[in-house]
Design a protein around this ligand. Sequence first.
Ligand SMILES: C[S@@+](CC[C@H](N)C(=O)[O-])C[C@H]1O[C@@H](n2cnc3c(N)ncnc32)[C@H](O)[C@@H]1O
Length: 254
Amino acid sequence: MSSYVHGGTDDREVARLEKQADFTASFTFATLELEPGLRVLDLATGVGAMATRLLRAFPGIHLAGVDLSQAQLTAARRNHPELPVVRGDGTRLPFADATFDRVHCSWLLEHVPSPAVVLKDVRRVLCPGGFCQFIEVDNATFGTTPACPAVTEVMRRLNEAQLRGGGDPFVGQRLEGHLATAGFERVEVERHPLIGNSNEPRFFRAFVDEFVEIFEGLDESLGLEALPLIERAISELRGLTELRYTPVIARGWR
Ligand SMILES: C[S@@+](CC[C@H](N)C(=O)[O-])C[C@H]1O[C@@H](n2cnc3c(N)ncnc32)[C@H](O)[C@@H]1O
């Protein structure tokens, strides 16, 4: 559901992230319990796509975005000049203890070698009674009807590339443990099965498009020789009768 391995800022990737943000926001914002005046951090804000939607959905919140990548932040500042964004590493956030009432984070932990270290620093910047919400991948939940050999092979290579790079394409399965290791006393984990089929044609089309666009951007991480395989996989995706994926949403209270 995210850019998985690479984090580009070309126009195509920025457009994909903006579209993905609408999709993500549609099933994650309801549980944030945001109201005017609350101080909110969007950790790994990237090009600012989710942060912008947070501001739109919850007017009156005090929002800050932080990201490790200068290139992502440059795109965020260009496309969303209203967003206050700063450069920083999730393992050493550039904020004092107890600065925020909420920390929102989407699609980060699959990329980091030590999620619990990030979560520990997130706990530090939360004020007592505040909570963080992470939405993360679990690529083991990906499924199609009918079975698609090229799609399965692309997903296998994608997972391998991410594991080789020190990430974790199944991090959703471990979120509860990571939050407990980081010291969060109360943790809630919610699995959110997404099922696209002819019952909801509009959602199904958007869901398939989401994966098509992810696959279209994979030539960099899987290598140019994977292009014919990626093209076959995209054509299989276009012919699906059902697509399934279950992201994991976890909240940890300070
Ligand atoms: C897949 S993008 C998700 C961006 C955004 N949250 C969204 O949903 O559109 C992952 C982001 O994590 C950022 N990132 C990776 N490691 C990080 C770290 N240690 N600290 C802060 N940001 C990090 C990357 O620069 C990238 O912008």
